[in-house]
Ligand binder design. Sequence first.
Ligand code: NAP
Length: 296
Amino acid sequence: MSDSFFANTELIGLIGHPIKHSYSPFIQNFALEAMGVDGVYLPFDVVAENLKNAVTSVLALGLKGLNVTLPHKEKIIKYLDELSEEASIIGAVNTVVNDHGKLIGYNTDANGIFETLLPFKDKITGTKVSVIGAGGSARAVIYTLLRYFKPEEINIINRTQQRADTLMNYFSLKMRYDSFHTFELFPPDNVEVLSSSRLIINSTTIGMYPDVEDTITDLDDSFNEDQIVFDLIYNPKKTKLLQMAEEQGVKVVGGMTMLISQAAKSFKLWTDVEMPVSEITKKLEDYISKIPGNLP
Ligand code: NAP
């Protein structure tokens, strides 16, 4: 690829901390090349105190846009000129487009969550759902559930219950929904809450590589056969939580579809070109399987 950068090559960045293990550079650079778009996607490890300067440099250096990952998804909002309706309701941004000097924030995680859960829509609507986590991705999860899947009840379970309460109050007001309950993540106390949910979504970092033996619950009683368990984590492909749930006959889904779907929507926003999703999924799975230390 190095012989294909020219003066007018578009630059797209990824900012976050840490970002060493992100698959986004692989996905986006593969897509740029596959679709013949003259661009390059570069990761920048940006710590919190440099966030404002990093955003300002998008304009100064003329980048086409950014992906934003933890811990900046919420804090970046104050430095942007405009938000999409979704990003504004969710209160978190994972994609920035530099539209002729105006920085517009989007949340394409919601698209990834929607695409992942769509095959289960009929099973989810009108039922009880448990969301573990209260960070940036939990916000996108709750928005997507309320907007497209209409659950009867949402339990927000988080290590810091106060953050779960904050999320409950925020979405109760923003989306006029009053069937939330919050709990502290404190196994085994949550077994009853989990086992009575049709859908369990892990939107925490628990179980993410390298801490692959960690799980939000280690009790088989947390599951029932009619359930769906969705773990946003994509490395490993099947977390300990998903392995345990699958052993109990539960339908399980990992974070790979979400990863590719959010990437595809961001790609379209920057380039106006569709990402070749199935080709990229195959390439990414192959790439991941060859990374030393990664689980198959
Ligand atoms: P975040 O904003 O930093 O939130 C992290 C969440 O994890 C918080 O709820 C935090 O609880 C909880 N947590 C962290 N360490 C914990 C521990 N040791 N014990 C209990 N709870 C813990 O992160 P995020 O952006 O929401 O991302 C969360 C996960 O989603 C990550 O694994 C990320 O890779 C994944 N994700 C996947 C995709 C995809 O495309 N598949 C997209 C976005 C995110 P406290 O509130 O108590 O700190």
